[in-house]
Ligand binder design. Structure first.
Ligand code: UDX
Length: 471
């Protein structure tokens, strides 16, 4: 009889699938999102390419760190095309390969196992098709800033307003088609893909994928309200369900009970540079890094090198194994550059960047303004000199310069005299001014990920919302 019925089994822990685009800046930040969700008691399956899985195992503690958590597992994807992605065309090939290989797999998983939700990288639009009819809600996570997201979202408006197509002439033309950015956004500050023909495949794709955010259940952004409030209000008119939970790396530090958070890098870190930094005076070193994707010509390398040397500053420079497009003849590097570098420079193939930016010896950051690097710099209050390479970085660097006043933007030039001038302005001449605004923003960033802060509350809300999803 009813009296002897088994008690209702406890409801199972909600299981979440997380699916990033296979690239350093994406895997890195979505692993941080994963760790945050694990602290909230969710179970996670994390999609990762065979190549990235191999690199994580080899170079980091991430593998052992995550695998000791019973609520976590990697799902390794084999058979993906995994070439470089430093242009729109190459990125298109990678996205096509991902869609082809993973759509059937993803669909089966969504149909066969009880999944509370899928959190997909928002540039993987095909995940919405894979989830169609399965009843599983898809959250989009974007690794970029709200301002770059909004610029992508407005591409159709830019065509209506006549700002696009781009005819290759006046990059200083003021843009009117992005609401909330009138008055300071120039053609050169739009995401770099906007410089292509409007029929360009990558431009069309990124525009339509970004619009499809409206078909997702919600949007998760690695940013914070105090940094991008006005643009977030614009986005909310189209995508009302937004969780701003960044800066993720700081959020993780603030939440984790153990001291050890995992290192998520897909490259091997050269930690010797910390010893070198230990010997330098406070705020005397310029840190130079262009992230994981940027490629430069030998001519640009030499121009940067002269700029660094002529600035008179000490510098720590990340020259990735695959940074240079053309290897050319190393003997052509003027010997005085090498001599000065031995004296007051330090070059590594890959740095432990978060620790470097947090080091008291670092007083400036010459950066490509990838969104992770930008947030890491903001949290540590380090002023920036921006040399955006591609995609969202063109928009980020404009915000860094004229909106947030956290640095100077040298986009579209690569000239030793400009490099010297900007390094000196940021680290000497106008350092006091910059320090005021970088410290203010760093404080806000730290507050928002502390208890009762905006990002802190939003993450709690996200976890609660996932827990109430019907499986
Ligand atoms: C790209 C895009 O440019 C970026 O805007 C987007 O948000 C994600 O994809 P990437 O170009 O690699 O990423 O730059 P960035 O977002 O700055 O990410 C690089 C990451 O690598 C940062 O977290 C940084 O700390 C880390 N890094 C970089 C190192 O740990 N060591 C290094 O030497 C260089």
């Amino acid at each position: 009889g009813a009296l002897f019925m088994d008690p209702k089994p406890p409801s199972p822990t909600p299981h979440v699938l997380i699916f990033p685009c296979p690239a350093q800046g994406h895997v890195n930040s979505m692993l941080k999102l994963t760790e945050l969700l694990l602290t909230g008691g969710l179970h996670i399956t994390f999609f990762i390419s065979a190549k990235d899985h191999h690199r994580l195992t080899r170079y980091t503690t991430a593998h052992s760190h995550f695998n000791t958590n019973p609520g976590f597992r990697f799902h390794v994807i084999h058979g993906l095309y995994e070439g470089p992605m430093d242009t729109g065309e190459k990125l298109t090939i990678i996205l096509d390969s991902l869609s082809k290989v993973t759509t059937p797999l993803l669909r089966n998983m969504l149909l066969d196992s009880p999944v509370a939700c899928l959190i997909a990288d928002g540039i993987l639009g095909f995940t919405l098709d894979a989830a169609e009819g399965t009843g599983v809600p898809v959250f989009f996570f974007r690794t970029i800033s709200a301002c770059a997201f909004w610029a992508y979202f407005c591409i159709p408006d830019l065509i209506t307003s006549g700002d696009l197509p781009f005819h290759g002439t006046d990059l200083d033309k003021q843009i009117v088609g992005v609401k909330g950015m009138e008055g300071f956004l120039r053609l050169r500050d739009l995401p770099s893909f906007c410089r292509s023909d409007v029929n360009d495949e990558m431009l069309q794709r990124i525009a339509s994928i970004t619009r499809r955010t409206q078909d997702s259940h919600a949007l998760i952004l690695n940013t914070f309200d105090e940094l991008e409030g006005p643009i977030l209000s614009e986005i909310r008119k189209y995508c009302p369900n937004i969780y701003t939970i960044g800066p993720l790396h700081a959020h993780l530090k603030s939440r984790s009970t153990s001291k050890s958070t995992s290192s998520n890098n897909l490259f091997e870190e050269d930690k010797t540079c910390i010893g070198w930094l230990d010997q330098q005076a406070p705020k005397s070193v310029l840190y130079v890094s262009f992230g994981s994707i940027t490629t430069i010509t030998r001519e640009q390398l030499i121009e940067f090198w002269h700029g660094l040397v002529n600035s008179g500053k000490r510098f720590l420079w990340v020259i990735r194994e695959d940074l240079l497009l053309d290897h050319g003849d190393d003997n052509k590097v003027p010997s005085e550059l090498k001599d000065v570098t031995r004296e007051r420079g330090y070059i590594v193939g890959w740095a432990p960047q978060e620790d470097v930016l947090a080091h008291p010896a670092v007083g400036g950051f010459l950066t490509h303004n990838g969104w992770n690097s930008t947030l890491e710099s903001i949290v540590e209050g380090v002023p920036m000199v921006s040399w955006p390479f591609f995609a969202d970085q063109q928009t980020n660097s404009r915000y860094v310069d004229v909106v947030w006043k956290l640095g100077l933007d040298m986009k579209d030039t690569c000239d030793r005299t400009i490099i010297v001038r900007m390094i000196k302005e940021v680290m000497d001449v106008k350092n006091e001014e910059f320090t005021k605004s970088t410290h203010r923003m760093a404080k806000l960033a730290k507050e928002c990920v502390s208890k009762d802060g905006s990002s802190y509350s939003n993450l709690d809300r996200l976890i609660e919302d996932i827990k109430t999803m019907n499986v």
